[in-house]
Every structure is written in structure tokens, then in C-alpha cells.
Design a protein around this ligand. Sequence first.
Ligand SMILES: O=C(O)C(=O)CO
Length: 346
Amino acid sequence: MIYKSVVEFSARLVSYRSLARKMSSGRPIVYITRSDMPECGVNLLKKECDVKYWPKPSPVPREEFLKEISGAAGIYCSLTDKIDKDILDAAGPSLRVVATISVGYDHIDVQECKKRGIKLGYTPDVLTDATAELTLALLLSTSRRLPEAQHEAQTGGWVSWAPTWMTGPGLAGSTVGIAGFGRIGQAVARRVKAFNTARILYWNRSVRPEAKEIGAVKVNFDELLTESDFVICCAALVPETKEIFNKSAFEKMKKSAIFVNTSRGGTVDQDALIESLKNNTIRAAGLDVTTPEPLPLDSPLFKLKNCVVLPHIGSASIEARDIMSELTAKNILAAIQGTDMPAEIK
Ligand SMILES: O=C(O)C(=O)CO
């Protein structure tokens, strides 16, 4: 580049210097794994940190993530980002915190982070209502066949009101079984109770004291399967819950049972579920989570009338997503500043 004058050259030099100063501002670097994380959290981070991010509204490709993460003090990620040894190695010793905008953290190698003294943040509580609401929406959509009914209405199947057409089981008087009775399981139980259900059963590793006030009864897994008209999975994905809903579990359920999953696809043996739906071993299923995600368009699940599939939108209320983003940012800032994180995975 040829500069016309000494003045222009010096002006350029000043601007390069200030750019270089900004780039090595001494502020901690936080890497965000996609460009469309809710702004409120991102703006909080920008006040204190240099924020770098994958510039697209889609998950950062693995290669890019490994390349870009070097030198970061914090990672703001989501459940689509696998945080494992390779990512931690690529980040290097500067990394102090990984915070995920989710309550589930099965995508993070927790042990490896702990071994390296890297703090972990997540977003419990703030998405409980949103996820419970969506669970109820899915439960009703599946039992009362809403997508199928809308399709009929739109495509000429609605010939007249008909007494036995588009019928499905009601919640009133039914037995609802909830697998996993943490925050979300309990919030679902409180909501289904309002539908005048006869019994609420739950399966959980430990007794939950909150169950008494809700009126839910602890049972073993087999009882949950055999007794329930609706079986709802709210259990976190851990080694003990991996594919607990398998062929044998579906065979134990009532033929009229409806299965709903809003936790993780990994709790279900999906091939066994497909067979059970095809053979009417159970009546229907409503899934907000699948394996893999996104579910390929040629998946048999999309072809089954007795299956409703949603694209993992459990926590997708506007309010929940904003507060999740804020909490993720606050977790990162607290860890970097050495103060107590508002929601740390211990
Ligand atoms: O938070 C989670 O774990 C979800 O699945 C999506 O909000």
C-alpha cells in the first residue's frame, strides 16, 4: 500500500495500533458457539469480555470450533456442542468455564472438566415451566390427535361431524406415570393433576418429598409401565437411563398407552419404539426429542400417524430462552471473576 503523505501514514498507524490494542485488550475471551444466542446474555458478556463467535445461526462445525477456541477463558455453548477432551485441549490452559444454555448436560464431559478445574454452568429452574407446558401440549396433541385432525380438516377428510372419528383417550380419570421426578417431572405432575387424573405415579432413584403434596406415588419402573395410561419421560440422560424405554418396556405398557418424551432421545431405543408403534404394541407416542437430532426426513417416525414429532422445542418460550441466556452469561462472568456461579454443575 502506498501512502500519499506522512500524515495519512501516521493516521493509519494509529488506527492499526488501536485495533491491535483492542484485540489484545487483556479482557477475557468468551467463545459463543452460534450467532443467534438470545441477545440479553450476549450483551452482558460484551460489557466485561471480548466475545468471539461462530458467525452463523447454526451450530459451529467441529473443525471450526477446534480452530477458534484457542485462548478462550469461557465457552458459551448449547446442547448441540459436544464438549470433550479435544475441545478442552484445543482451548488450552486459559479455559476457566464452560456454560451451557440448557438444563441437560449430557453433551459435556463433566469428569474431564472437573479434572482440569474448569467450572461448569447450566440453566436449571428457569426453563421448568416452559418445558412442562410443552410436555402437556405434546401429551394432548398426541392423545387427541391434533396434527392428524388438522391434516384431515385441511385435506377434505372433514366430511361431517362424526361420533367415533378422531377420538382419543382423555386425561380425566386416567393414570399418568412420570419417569424422572425432578423439577420438570414435578411441574408436569402439577399440571396433569388439573386435568382430574385418577392417579399420578412416578419413578425416580430417590423418594421426592414434594410428591406428597402433589399426590404422586412412587413405584418401581415395571409398575410405572404396566399401570399407566400415559407414560411421560422427564428423566435426565445418564448411563442408568440410557434406552430404558426399550422393546421390553414397550411390551410391558398397556396396548392403549401413550408415551411422551421431552427429556433426551437417548432414553429410548428408537427402533424398538418404531416397531411398537407400527405393531400397535402401544397406541401412540409424542416426542420432542429423538436420536439423532435433527431427525432425518426419511425416519419412519415421520410416516406414522400415531406419532407426533417436535423439533426439540421444550424450553422454547420467549421468556425462558431470554432468561436462559442471561443465566449462561452470569455463570460465565461469575466463574471468570472467581465469585459464586448462580447455577454451577457441582
Ligand atoms: O435445556 C435442555 O436441556 C433442553 O433440552 C433444551 O432446553
